[in-house]
Design a protein around this ligand. Sequence first.
Ligand SMILES: Nc1ncnc2c1ncn2[C@@H]1O[C@H](COP(=O)(O)OP(=O)(O)OP(=O)(O)O)[C@@H](O)[C@H]1O
Ligand SMILES: [Mg+2]
Length: 250
Amino acid sequence: MIEIRKLKISFNSHVVLSHVDLTIENGDSIVIIGGSGCGKTVLLRSIIGLIKPDAGTIRVNGEEITRMDRKDLFRIRKKFGMLFQGAALFDSMTVEENIGLALKEHTDLSADEIQKRVQEKLNVVGLPGIEEKKPAELSGGMKKRVGLARALIMDPEFVLFDEPTTGLDPVMADAINHLIIETHRKFNITSIVVTHDMSSAYQIADRIAMLHDGRIIFSGPPSAIKKSELTIVKQFVKGSGGLIHGFESS
Ligand SMILES: Nc1ncnc2c1ncn2[C@@H]1O[C@H](COP(=O)(O)OP(=O)(O)OP(=O)(O)O)[C@@H](O)[C@H]1O
Ligand SMILES: [Mg+2]
């Protein structure tokens, strides 16, 4: 379970998150929506301790992480997989090296065992046999799937997805959404998905939270967000797709 309380994060004098309260239960599939630049990526990065907040707390399975030392933080981070915005694969490495990197660096597994686990994850994301390819040889959708395989390699409890379908055609976006739902169910993973795209949000979410002006202004099931009376929420839900996609940064 992840419990975020009174989280405040600013850069110099720019307050990005002013007061975020959010609880994510184990087994949840939560989607975080919000306009470009509202702090969704910052929020995800803070959950794995990559950004230190100015104030507030983040508890992961009861342990407060914001003031943890490196060693403890490292132990907590192993519970997480992250699919970074834009996939963030290393161009100079093969697919196998990209996916297996964490196993190579943080476990004592043999090269054969690492290879076996990489193959397993490539099967999960529907891309068997591409171990030797380089990221430059892959389509956008394939890169996202390799990114997902990498996020799953340590068998995480929580997976954070930052804009998993941005930049993909609708068919590929749909395939990625299904993969997210499937991995969530199959591996009993708690998923936290950031997206601009309401149709993805409806497909994936048990619960949708909207970030606006440094706070969570709405949190509830997909059926409830359609009925929200908040102007900002209504605008986002109706206007999403066309307008907001036009401002996407990646
Ligand atoms: N390391 C940093 N240093 C300074 N400012 C930052 C840093 N990271 C993020 N910001 C600022 O915080 C704000 C929120 O950024 P963030 O990337 O979280 O937005 P986002 O909601 O993920 O947007 P998008 O939907 O475009 O990905 C932006 O104004 C950004 O410039
Ligand atoms: Mg972002």
